[in-house]
Design a binder for this molecule. Structure first.
Ligand code: TGC
Ligand code: FAD
Length: 393
């Protein structure tokens, strides 16, 4: 075909990535995008400002079938991994706090039960969690062990036929609104995972206040003080640090996509603003310096979204390694943060207010850069993958 007959690229889908999605993925994208537009965008600035996440959102998201959507059976939708990624992108185009709710519920808490739980545990929790009736949290990080969870101090010891769990977990998303906590602890047989109903005596959760990032997300400290759970509370199939790390792969995959949702919202906001804001008698989009910023954003947004799509297809083909996920998480969160900061400058003073989504995304991305493995950890994971040398310790 003659190049002149090809239509001009769409500034909002420059490389035509949408056409790479399958029918189901496009349908899910549309449903989630409409829900975010109708339910999240009108309210999110004030949720963020007030530091709240309405509890009823969980049932609505459950009704959309988004919790544990790429898991099969137990009331889960059984979609492709790519479809799950697309949903994360649309949710985070609303706010990373909403995407976090879905990541933690589906990829950390539900996935831990799905991958490592007994049939009884799956039947007991997964259907209610898929509906959003029961919220889960995932307690790995501790006050003194973040990047290095292998050193965790939380212990679980046998007392008769029960387990007694003692320790503190820190920075736990959904902690105080959870019905079930997946808690990782040291035992005589190494690190094991436990399902702890949050009504159990000896379990407490306090919210961490004064966050300036992910304000529309609940973040808590969990305290387990001689917290007794029965013998069958242990996840039977998870042994060692590989148990929680396998769950992190799932959530990190969602972040690869989610970060591009934040980035897209920032890019589109900056593009719209630049074409309407006039200085020196012309739209600021007409200045070369502004165009360079917009084009840099366009490049990174499209490359990052293509990368997410590629990793999605690899995951659907069963060919995704943890190091691939680190590649995506490191690149896309770093790119999204750079896009958000650049977009902020285009908005000038307006860029520092909640009237526009940009500073909210930029602040959220500071958490996203840190949680699920910091950018330094993912750099070292990739360094080890290509050199064979472990530079963590
Ligand atoms: P290492 O000796 O390398 O490995 C220990 C065992 O784990 C296995 N493994 C993995 N398995 C599955 N997937 C992966 N990506 C894996 N990486 C390692 C490994 O094969 C080994 O198995 P085995 O059978 O031989 O025992 O472990 P290490 O202690 O050297 O640590 C490696 C390191 C630093 C990469 C790891 O500790 C790490 O990833 N640290 C970062 C911690 C982290 O990401 N924390 C996240 C907490 S959860 C969270 O942030 C939720 S945010 C919630 C939201 O979205 O709101
Ligand atoms: P540290 O590990 O103390 O790291 C501090 C700095 O030192 C970082 O820059 C780090 O990269 C660097 N560093 C550490 N070791 C090395 C090294 N070997 N080489 C080079 N640099 C190094 N955790 C959960 O378990 N569940 C959750 O639901 C959860 N939700 C969260 C929600 C929010 C909003 C936030 C902010 C965090 C959440 N986390 C959760 C915790 C998160 O996973 C940790 O914050 C993260 O793993 C980093 O741990 P840390 O904060 O203790 O930092």
């Amino acid at each position: 075909m003659n190049a002149a007959m090809v239509g001009a690229p769409d500034a909002r889908d420059f490389l035509g990535i949408e056409a790479l999605l399958g029918e189901e993925e496009r349908m899910i994208r549309g449903v989630v995008r409409d829900w975010v537009r109708g339910r999240v965008l009108p309210e999110i600035a004030q949720w963020f400002e007030r530091g709240i996440l309405p509890r009823e959102l969980a049932a609505e998201i459950g009704g959309l079938g988004l919790f544990g959507m790429h898991l099969h059976g137990y009331g889960c939708a059984g979609t492709s991994a790519t479809a799950y990624g697309v949903a994360c992108m649309e949710l985070e185009a609303g706010d990373a706090g909403i995407r976090s709710l879905v990541s933690v519920q589906g990829s950390l808490a539900m996935y831990a039960i799905y991958r490592w739980g007994s049939e009884e545990q799956k039947q007991a929790w997964l259907p209610a969690m898929a509906r959003g009736e029961a919220i889960g949290c995932f307690g790995l990080t501790e006050p003194d062990f973040g990047s290095n969870p292998a050193g965790m101090r939380t212990t679980a010891r046998r007392v008769g036929s029960d387990w007694a769990i003692d320790g503190t977990k820190m920075w736990i998303t959904n902690g105080s609104i959870a019905a079930i906590a997946v808690v990782w602890a040291q035992t005589d047989a190494g690190i094991r995972g436990f399902l702890v109903p949050t009504t159990t005596k000896g379990f407490r959760a306090h919210d961490i206040e004064r966050k300036l990032s992910l304000r529309a997300s609940v973040t808590s400290e969990l305290i387990l003080d001689d917290c007794r759970v029965p013998a069958d509370a242990v996840l039977p199939e998870a042994r060692g640090l590989g148990g929680p790390l396998a769950c992190l792969n799932e959530a990190r995959f969602g972040i690869v996509w989610g970060a591009m949702g934040s980035a897209r919202s920032c890019y589109e906001t900056a593009l719209e603003y630049a074409t309407t804001r006039v200085q020196f008698d012309r739209p600021i989009a007409g200045f070369q310096l502004t165009q360079e910023k917009l084009v840099n954003m366009l490049l990174e947004l499209n490359k990052g979204t293509l990368l997410a799509w590629h990793l999605g297809r690899m995951k659907d083909a069963g060919k995704l390694h943890g190091a691939h996920v680190s590649f995506g998480k490191l690149n896309n969160v770093r790119a999204a943060l750079a896009i958000a900061r650049e977009a902020r400058t285009i908005l000038g003073a307006n860029g520092v207010t909640l009237e526009y989504p940009v500073i909210r995304h930029a602040n959220n991305l500071e958490s996203v850069l840190t949680y699920e493995g910091t950018s330094e950890m993912h750099t070292l994971i990739l360094g080890k993958a290509i050199t064979g040398l472990d530079a963590f310790g």
